[in-house]
Write a protein that binds this ligand. Structure first.
Ligand code: NZQ
Ligand code: ZN
Length: 385
């Protein structure tokens, strides 16, 4: 393990009927911008709960933040926030609404010429941000308790990431009942995203990280147990609650603390979303098994541990490691998330060439220690036809 410092400033308020807590969590006298997506919160009663809790506050609304939030849309919210002299942001929705609002938070006070610089510098230019409090309705990304956001731009077909300590939500409300209305696709996506976040920090070069490993294994085993329950019974509170807490923990910072992350599946996956509009989690379900098989020898030790402790496999190391990858793939499929590009109508050859070319232009290697070159990435994508 390397030396580390750990600080996660987000206050988590978890459980049934917690949206009513907004009343005391939002600072008194705040001028609030309530941001949301395509309207799910208007249909499932979440919006009504939020507005009831905010009675007496000055609230302006901005809806229409799309999945894979677009810079072009978010800049309209930035304009509105400036005009209305907003001083507190309240995203209500999934990762896209939360991420989009983190960008708004950083862009409103941004002094530079073009707020897209926030993405081009992975957040390096962010010097101040409006405070954010979040109401999460889709467990998946961990955006509710981290400083990351991923924003897409139509004009350049790019999807870029930024991180800043200034955009962690000051609080996040997690009421598992708000997730009862998630359909099978979003439920499956959420479980896969949280699963892969955990794996990208755990199945890496091994660094004597006994506690982080066991945290990761607990999250993975819980998702394997409760994911199918939520699919079978969308109103199963216990399953929804466990998934929600797993998803937060997966990207809360503790699983990977002091350790090199892999993040190749995420890095490559963002390009597949940028080019083809594929859901974030679907890109991960396609790529993770390929990234692992391609680096089988290098990851053998931890894949074997993963197979033993999460899938309870018993046998010779190489067999356990190979089986563990097969089981992972089968788990994603069982959650309704296909693991091959052909299932989404994407031509692997074309995708591999496009992503390789883009990484060559950027000079971007992938994976822990940056060992995967653009040519390796091309081969991994081809293996997922
Ligand atoms: O837009 P609305 O109408 O709200 O509908 C959404 C959307 O269509 C719907 N939904 C959300 N909550 C619901 C619901 N439908 C019914 N009932 C509810 N309770 O679900 C659809 C997808 O929502 P979205 O927010 O796009 O999904 P997700 O939470 O998976 O977020 C994906 C985005 O997060 C980024 C991804 O790249 C992608 O852009 N990520 C952010 C990360 C971070 N900030 O740390 C890390 C992740 O790796 C990821 O990259
Ligand atoms: Zn993810």
């Amino acid at each position: 393990m390397f030396n580390f410092e750990f600080n996660n400033p987000t206050r988590i308020v978890f459980g049934r009927q917690t949206i009513s807590r907004l009343n005391d969590l939002v600072p008194e006298g705040a001028r609030v911008l309530l941001t949301y997506g395509g309207g799910s919160i208007l249909h499932n009663g979440v919006h009504a709960q939020v507005r009831a809790a905010l009675e007496g506050f000055h609230v302006v609304e901005f809806g229409g933040i799309e999945p894979n939030p677009r810079f072009e849309t978010l800049m309209k919210a930035v304009e509105l926030a400036r005009k209305e002299r907003i001083d507190f942001l309240l995203p209500v929705g999934g990762g896209s609404v939360l991420d989009g609002t983190k960008f708004i938070a950083a862009a409103v006070p941004f002094q530079g010429a073009d707020p897209w610089e926030i993405l081009q510098t992975t957040g390096g230019v962010v010097k101040s941000a409006l405070p954010i409090g979040a109401v999460l309705t889709l467990p998946a990304t961990g955006s509710e308790a981290n400083g990351s956001a991923v924003i897409s731009r139509d004009a350049t077909t790019e999807k870029l990431h930024f991180w800043s300590p200034l955009v962690y939500p000051v609080f996040s409300i997690l009421d598992p009942e708000t997730t009862f209305t998630l359909d099978a696709r979003q439920t499956g996506n959420g479980v896969v995203d949280a699963f892969v976040h955990t794996c990208e920090q755990y199945v890496t070069v091994h660094q004597d990280s006994a506690l982080q490993d066991r945290l990761a294994e607990s999250i993975l085993a819980t998702l394997v147990e409760d994911g199918p329950k939520a699919l079978a019974t969308p109103t199963d509170y216990a399953a929804r609650a466990n998934i929600m807490w797993c998803a937060t923990q997966a990207l809360y910072g503790l699983v990977g603390v002091g350790m090199p992350g892999d993040w190749a599946s995420h890095g490559i996956g963002h390009e597949l979303t940028a080019f083809y509009g594929l859901d974030h989690a679907r890109t991960l379900a396609v790529l993770l098994p390929g990234v692992w098989r391609y680096q089988f020898e290098r990851k053998l030790k931890v894949l074997t541990q993963y197979g033993t402790r999460v899938w309870f496999l018993d046998g010779e190391d190489r067999w356990v490691a190979a089986q563990a990858i097969d089981r992972t793939e089968a788990f994603f499929e069982s959650m309704g998330v296909p693991t091959r590009l052909s299932a989404y109508g994407i031509d692997a050859k074309e995708a591999a060439a496009k992503v390789r070319a883009r990484f060559e232009v950027r000079g971007a290697n992938q994976g822990e220690e940056g060992l995967l070159t653009p040519a390796d990435v091309e081969k991994i994508i081809l293996s997922r036809a």
